[in-house]
Ligand binder design. Structure first.
Ligand code: PLP
Length: 400
């Protein structure tokens, strides 16, 4: 209708929401639906973090804070960057936002002009192109399939850079594929970036702590310190500490970028919740054993479900190196007909039929700008995952 601003046309309605609505409607009808579509940890926030929040309430830490977050939290973030990645950021080079999502939003809205290009390897988290669109930038999508480990190659990056390229956004480990760049793989991308001083990097490291097979996490500014002055290193508490609802994300960046993000945040949300900030200090400075325990559970689940999916007829499942998603290839299902009589012509048909005929809610690959696949989350209990995999198998065996 007339009341809605034109800029809203630049964002797509959330496709994951469409799936959630359908699955909730089926549940309301009394159908037995297994939802493995969600992107959040199934664990509770560790007790010492909750205790810190309660203490903050009792201690009346209930007022506005600095827009960029309390000094105490920004110092804790600086310690985290130093400890985990050897990065030197001062508290003035850190901004805390309402989730990692706002940090990305701040960075793009504060720096992208109309027509600026932002390179985004796909499959990608769907918010990147939408946020870039809101900033009136042009997302430049580079398909990175399973044959290249779902990772951007240096030659692909080189070929995509133009004088208008302002940003490269990389997400490692990745939602939806779990692809995780080694230091050597980042090195190749850094070498390209060194040749193009107009290009900045936003690295979304939100799944840093969920990484498997003994891999070591690496991030751009660590691999190439010369890129530090054009890098936003984004991270947060949502995934590592099972804190999605607390809304704490943070970014480290050169002062001039942080200042611009702070200015923008000052006229949008101001600071994120003071109590959640106090809890985040406990998360970052406190014992990391609960995070490691969760990581081990995710790794065991990954092994189980990837083996089950890869053994399923008509599916192939690349091994995710991190995060908590599997992203199987379903192209061999296209053109086939389900036991219930539905002809599958796309990944959307596949996930809809899987939901209505087998009662398993997943997300189609097109939602991550990469058709021919679907995403399932293993942030769910073993029994639920096993039953979901069994149903997916029966569904796929019924295709002809
Ligand atoms: N980046 C990626 C790749 C994600 O998957 C998510 C959450 O789903 C986020 C960022 C944002 O997380 P939050 O805003 O909860 O910190």
């Amino acid at each position: 209708s007339d009341v809605i601003a034109d800029r809203l046309n630049r964002i797509s309605p959330s496709q994951t929401t469409a799936m959630r609505q359908r699955s909730q409607a089926l549940k309301a009808e009394g159908k037995d639906v297994l939802a493995i579509s969600s992107g959040e940890p199934d664990f509770d926030t560790p007790q010492h973090i909750k205790d810190a929040a309660i203490a903050a309430i009792q201690g009346n830490q209930t007022r506005y804070t600095d827009i960029a977050g309390t000094k105490a939290l920004r110092e804790a973030v600086a310690r985290k960057f130093k400890r985990d990645s050897g990065l030197d950021y001062t508290a003035e080079e850190i901004l805390v936002g309402t989730g990692g999502k706002q940090v990305i939003y701040d960075a793009m809205i504060a720096t992208v002009n109309a027509g600026d290009e932002v390179i985004i390897p796909t499959p990608c988290w769907v918010s990147y192109p939408d946020i870039v669109g809101l900033a009136e930038g042009t997302p430049v999508l580079l398909p990175c399939g399973p044959n290249q480990g779902f990772k951007l190659l240096p030659e692909q990056l080189e070929a995509a850079i133009t004088p208008k390229t302002k940003w490269l956004i990389v997400n490692t480990p990745s939602n939806p594929t779990g692809a995780t760049y080694s230091a050597a793989e980042l090195r190749g991308l850094c070498d390209v970036l060194l040749r193009h001083p107009q290009v900045h990097v936003l690295t979304d490291d939100i799944y840093e702590k969920l990484i498997y097979d003994g891999r070591e996490f690496a991030t751009f500014a660590q691999v190439e310190p010369k890129l530090r002055d054009r890098t936003v290193t984004m991270n947060g508490c949502s995934k590592a500490y099972a804190m999605t609802g607390w809304r704490i994300g943070f970014g480290g960046a050169p002062r001039h970028i942080i200042k611009a993000m702070d200015k923008l945040q000052g006229q949008s949300t101001s600071n994120t919740c003071s109590i959640a900030q106090a809890a985040a200090i406990a998360a970052l400075d406190g014992p990391q054993a609960p995070t490691e325990a969760m990581r081990q559970v995710y790794e065991a689940r990954r092994n189980r479900i990837v083996a089950a999916l890869d053994a399923t007829p008509h599916l192939r499942c690349h091994l995710p190196e991190g995060a908590f998603y599997a992203f199987p290839d379903l192209t061999d299902c296209i053109g086939r007909t389900t036991a219930g009589g539905t002809k599958i012509t796309s990944d959307w048909d596949f996930v809809l039929a899987l939901l209505s005929e087998a009662g398993v809610a997943t997300v189609h690959g097109s939602a991550f700008l990469f058709p021919g696949h679907f995403r399932l989350s293993f942030a769910a209990a073993d029994t639920l995952l096993d039953e979901a995999c069994r149903r997916i198998r029966t569904f796929c065996e019924g295709l002809n």
